[in-house]
Design a protein around this ligand. Sequence first.
Ligand code: GLY
Length: 381
Amino acid sequence: MPIDAVIAGGGVIGLAVAWRCAERGLRVTVADPAPGAGASWTAAGMLAPVTELGYEGRELLDLNLAAARRWPSFAAELGDAAGSAVGLRECGTVAAAWDAADLAGLRDLAAFHASLGLRSEVLTGRELRTIEPALAAGLPGGLLAAGDHQVDNRSLVRALRAVVARLGVDVIPARVTRIAGTAGGTEVTLDTGDRLAAGVVVVAAGSWSGGIDGLPDPPPVRPVKGQTLRLRRPPGLLGHVVRGSVRGNPVYVVPRTDGELVVGASSEEAGFDLRPRAGAVYELLRDAQTLVPELSEAEFVEVSTGVRPGTPDNAPLLGRSATDGVLYATGHYRNGILLAPVTADAIADLITTGRTPDLVTPFDPARFQARTEARTQGGPS
Ligand code: GLY
């Protein structure tokens, strides 16, 4: 039987795309040397369009907000289809100020949020400790983003793997090394030397997306290393995701209902060096304990390292590539877990209807080609 869609990459993006395509009746194959074991496994699972807000502009914010709204139904549907809970926790996020200057910064941020129509609320030190008693005494205040939630990214990976297996998706433990357009569709070459012919190929290989040969417009994705720590305490230490900037160092603590606490995340431009770095572990523990002193008593379970797929404008590439029959669903940078539902629906819609949903048209991969061509011709970059 011919394959309708090969998905190059089996992280949450690739698996979610595979699920939505298989649901629509397509014959799907996913190729990944270690499905779900990359950034999707290292992630903390924050669904945080407000507290992860950067300066990338309205279109990315709208995409992130739409993704956050999509999450409850996505999680319910996936949990039912997979027969296992996805671990969505609608707990809100608290940003704790470390000192008075930090609190002033959070006040400015709250005003910025309000100007964008986003929900956040400045908290006094007393209010902060009332809603999160485990926070250090003496913190001057904070910010509550009541709509920024979390999902257990590892439960999510397990659920996606289960559902694609149920739908008959073939998951091949190999890396796609080359993609070529052919008269009747596309052909992918795997690092095993095998070749697969398919109607369409979706590049969802995260930081590895730019290294696939044969594409005239390789996605401009670079690896941005991040480390997360997994700790354990009896459940209930924290009720919200807690984040802060301790002496200028960002840190967050994501509490699962079962007592696991994910501390993240460092950010380094270190290529594909996936070795954990002692200094990053030290800084994460130091800063997390500064905000939540009781973490010093936690069991240290694990350090995990992954690479976020960063792009020149911090926004994903979603849609057609320059090669007929090749689509990109990559470059999600810090928001791959958040954006999985909207990405999967958009790519499955594009494959089955030929139309790109309005929400994702600003993330057309061709925007980078236009820049490259302008640079080549001496235009503004
Ligand atoms: N989304 C959190 C991070 O990338 O660290």
